[in-house]
Design a protein around this ligand. Structure first.
Ligand SMILES: Nc1nc2c(ncn2[C@@H]2O[C@H](COP(=O)(O)OP(=O)(O)OP(=O)(O)O)[C@@H](O)[C@H]2O)c(=O)[nH]1
Ligand SMILES: [Mg+2]
Length: 453
């Protein structure tokens, strides 16, 4: 980290503003070479101050600039940093980046700013991952969870348990070294309590993964039903658009029509599909095949029925397909006199909701039902949460070892084995925070970031 890096930190394309970030020992010097502030130089400025002026490349002045100076260690990376805020044009941004490189900076690699922050101890691995999650967040809950992780919620939790395990393991090591002394009951209890507590915390942490993942990534949702029940009308209602074609001709939708919407705290990746029925029409058959495939892959099925008619044989087909799925029945067209009795659906579906897709009624109840179904009430975005597979694996490994330690302790076979397991558990947690993560893992994590982060 002897060299100074520079990158465009804002997205490609044009915008009101664009930012070039420079970090490293020569950041301020390089900033001074490419800018001319109205007053003085950047080198004369304190950290956390801005200078207005012009920015230059080798051919002369290029744009106006506001240069913000951060002085080590009080910056994102922990190094001297200059952020050049200019107009957000691709030509201007590239020109200024090139000028920075001619003045001595090196183009930053993907994730290199955050990697430097990690290596300088400004954040741990879980906080670095949270930066990427914050940028990727698509909803309030996932943004909140990422911000809490950025503030160190998971780091503190993991560090706390690791410290506890290391402490207890040190005491244990002392007994093992003096085998002639019997372990006092109080100490054995304290050890067992620590292991039980760690086990409880791990299992609570592991439970956060699935819900968090759903919140971050959204739910693959398929709308199915026999022809003409109002699937496409529902699609259009949920997407607030005319995404799907609606007609009163059964068999209107053929291809799978997809869109992503937010429903309360959930993100749904919706697929509107062809009405499921037996048909001789080859094109429609292909559509029905696609509908069935989409149904198999979905995490959530919205099965639509027409409440203004009794159940038909094609409906029975749909019900059969839903048997093993997480499915909610929507009895549509409840603005018309109703002929369908919900009892027939209650056998297969835990949730049967009357709606009128055409009149926009029932979406609220659908939202409440889905939130109850997927968020299970226990997810607290501000607590420590597991945000990705790497973290999941580390906590699982720690949990396994703590369980083994408990078994070994309770069966009284060998205290050595207890100690080894506790050490492994603590190790897994230190890999989680990055204190003991290998270079390969660290590089892998940051290479998934984009340039400028
Ligand atoms: N009265 C009433 N009519 C509705 C409602 N929802 C849909 N319809 C009508 O039902 C007909 C079929 O609607 P679509 O949304 O095209 O039905 P679909 O299930 O997508 O049909 P296919 O694509 O053919 O499988 C249209 O004439 C809609 O206007 C509703 O809530 N109430
Ligand atoms: Mg349709």
């Amino acid at each position: 980290m002897e060299d100074t890096i520079a990158a465009i930190a804002t997205p490609q394309g044009s915008g009101g503003l664009g930012v070039i970030r420079i970090s490293g020992p020569n950041a301020i010097e390089i900033g001074d070479r490419v800018t001319r502030p109205l007053q003085g130089t950047l080198a004369q400025r304190k950290g956390y101050t801005c200078a207005y002026g012009r920015v230059y490349d080798d051919q002369g002045e290029l744009d106006e600039v506001v240069a913000t100076v951060f002085r080590a260690p009080h910056s994102y990376t922990g190094e001297d940093v200059v952020e050049l805020s200019i107009h957000g044009g691709a030509y201007l941004l590239r020109g200024v980046l090139r000028a920075c490189c001619e003045a001595g900076a090196r183009p930053a690699e993907a994730g290199e700013f955050t990697k430097r922050a990690f290596l300088n101890g400004k954040l741990d691995l879980t906080q670095a991952e949270a930066v990427a999650d914050l940028i990727a967040a698509q909803g309030r809950q996932s943004a909140k969870a990422a911000l809490a992780a950025r503030d160190g919620a998971l780091f503190r939790k993991a560090k706390g348990i690791a410290d506890l395990l290391v402490q207890e393991e040190a005491k244990l090591a002392a007994w093992i070294d003096y085998p002639e002394e019997d372990i006092e009951e109080a100490q054995r209890t304290s050890l067992e309590d620590a292991l039980q507590q760690a086990k409880k915390e791990f299992s609570a942490l592991l439970e956060t993964y699935q819900t968090g993942k759903l919140l971050r990534e959204g739910i693959e949702t398929v709308i199915v039903g026999r022809p003409n029940v109002g699937k496409s009308t529902l699609m259009n209602l949920l997407t607030d658009s005319e995404r799907s074609i609606v007609t009163d001709i059964p068999g209107t939708t053929r291809d799978v029509v997809t869109d992503t919407v937010r429903l309360g705290n959930l993100i749904l990746h919706l697929s509107d599909t062809a009405g499921i029925r037996e048909t001789k029409d080859l094109v429609e058959q292909a559509g029905v095949e696609r509908a069935k495939n989409a149904l198999q892959k979905a995490q959530l099925v919205l099965a639509v029925f027409d409440g203004s008619t009794p159940l038909k044989e094609d409906d029975e087909q749909v019900i059969k397909q839903c048997k093993d799925a997480v499915a909610v029945a929507l009895v549509n067209k409840n603005d018309l006199p109703q002929q369908l009795t919900a009892d027939a659906l209650a056998e297969t579906f835990d949730h049967v909701i009357p709606i009128s897709a055409r009149e926009g009624k029932g979406a609220e109840q659908l939202q409440k039902t889905l939130e109850a179904l997927f968020l299970k009430g226990s997810f607290d975005p501000e607590a420590a949460n597991i945000a990705n597979e790497r973290q999941l694996e580390a906590v699982r490994k720690a949990e396994e070892n703590v369980k083994e330690a408990l078994t070994a302790l309770q069966s009284g076979v060998s205290l050595d084995a207890v100690g080894v397991c506790m050490e492994e558990a603590a190790d897994a947690l230190l890999q989680l925070t990055g204190e003991k993560a290998g270079q390969v893992v660290v590089n892998e994590i940051f290479s998934r970031f984009c340039v400028g982060k």
